[in-house]
Design a protein around this ligand. Structure first.
Ligand SMILES: Nc1nc2c(ncn2[C@@H]2O[C@H](COP(=O)(O)OP(=O)(O)OP(=O)(O)O)[C@@H](O)[C@H]2O)c(=O)[nH]1
Length: 386
């Protein structure tokens, strides 16, 4: 990951449409870095001072430990962070200073909101949130006028300090007030998504996963592939993880429960830690996660966790009953079909992006159409487990 700290020089002309995917572009011929930049969507982090914006960015994308965020200094200019080199998913995060003033003539809202995919507004739930709600209304109104395609995500943050009842009550109250405020501004049709988050547990990774997923046009295809994989392999739940950030870019369509997600995150940590200690062939190696990476953990409640490498950046982590793991051969075969299908999805996506920069080929409908049926066919041809 590279880290930039430059408040000016935004690229106004290009309008990022969706995610671009690292491995294939890096593998491609020639220098297409400017093309990559064109396709990189922006996620903006906004909210009042000290609400926790920089902490979120540092913990999720820079592996900072939550306690270290106590020493973070206040952000006083826009900080752009490129999430690209080591992560499969590519985008930019712009961290805004809390005191940003939309009426300042130097605040170029067309540039800032124009190329934005998602706007994450962070509200400190441990503080009085009335000012934050006013700012939220102002921000959404301003951003929506410039770009009606922005996904608005509200993080009700620092909930680690709150008991469960108060947490739910705050969420209900913030939800109600925020939607009322928008209705007053004539924007009742604008959708806000709410997430309860804290950097001290997995909730921030889960919330960010959902933000990122909304910007992946191939999500329905990925979900469909995961559904086919689990139903033919006796798997209960499967996540496709971006290994570096531990955000999941897709899961099957059964509901996600936090404990399963935490278990899978912990498994990735275990695999990376063990690989760092025992998996380095020589000291020049920089990545310990490679095509040899896989792991099987049996829990004492009859559950099995199974991890397989999909590519340099992605891992599939599955949860299944021990008795369903007896036919590991079928699961492994289905996994290989799944991996091929995923590769095809992103290769096709990449070709479309290169061929028709900005054309409707990049839309989910286009990528889901003919591709889905061929890939589904190859997976479905496997013998389902009894
Ligand atoms: N309890 C708790 N504290 C948090 C959490 N997230 C951030 N903090 C703390 O909140 C304080 C402010 O965090 P920052 O990330 O600097 O806030 P910011 O929104 O970037 O602040 P500005 O740069 O001034 O706009 C720090 O002391 C963090 O440790 C959280 O989830 N729970």
């Amino acid at each position: 990951m590279s880290y930039q700290d430059e408040p000016g020089g935004y690229d106004v002309g290009s309008f990022p449409k969706d995610f671009s995917y690292g491995p294939f572009e890096q593998n491609g011929d020639g220098d297409n870095s400017s093309l990559q930049d064109d396709h990189k969507p922006r996620i903006l982090l906004m909210g009042l001072r000290r609400s926790g914006k920089s902490s979120i960015q540092k913990v999720v994308f820079h592996k900072m430990s939550p306690n270290e965020t106590l020493f973070l200094e206040s952000t006083n200019k826009i900080v752009k962070d490129d999430i690209n080199n080591s992560s499969f998913v590519q985008f930019q995060i712009w961290d805004f200073p809390g005191q940003i003033d939309f009426f300042d003539p130097t605040f170029d809202s067309d540039t800032i909101f124009g190329g934005c995919g998602a706007l994450v507004f962070v509200i400190d739930a441990q503080d009085d949130y009335m000012d934050a709600l006013n700012k939220l209304q102002l921000t959404v109104t301003k951003a929506y006028r410039v770009n009606s395609n922005i996904k608005f995500e509200v993080f009700i943050h620092k909930v680690d300090g709150l008991n469960d009842d108060y947490k739910m009550e705050s969420q209900r109250d913030i939800h109600q007030r925020a939607t009322d405020d928008l209705a007053d501004a004539g924007l009742e049709h604008v959708h806000l998504s709410f997430h309860l988050t804290s950097i001290y547990d997995h909730s921030i990774f889960e919330a960010f996963s959902k933000v990122v997923q909304k910007l992946i046009p191939q999500l329905p295809t990925l979900e469909n592939l995961l559904n086919i994989l689990i139903s033919n392999s006796g798997i209960e739940k499967a996540f496709l993880f971006d290994v570096v950030s531990k955000i999941y870019i897709a899961t099957d369509s059964s509901p996600v429960d936090m404990q399963s997600y935490e278990l899978c995150c912990d498994m990735i940590d275990v695999v990376i830690d063990i690989s760092c200690i025992y998996g380095m062939v020589d000291e020049t190696e920089t990545s310990t996660f490679n095509s040899q990476s896989s792991s099987l953990i049996k829990l004492n409640n009859g559950t099995v966790l199974y991890l397989r490498e999909v590519n340099k950046f992605l891992a599939l982590v599955c949860i299944l009953r021990e008795e369903n793991f007896q036919k590991q051969g079928v699961i492994d075969y289905n996994f290989l079909c799944f991996r091929d299908a995923i590769t095809q999805v992103f290769e096709l996506r990449n070709k479309c992006q290169n061929l028709e920069d900005g054309s409707p080929m990049g839309t989910p409908e286009a990528t889901n159409g003919p591709l889905d049926s061929t890939i589904s066919g190859s997976l479905l041809s496997q013998t389902p487990l009894p």
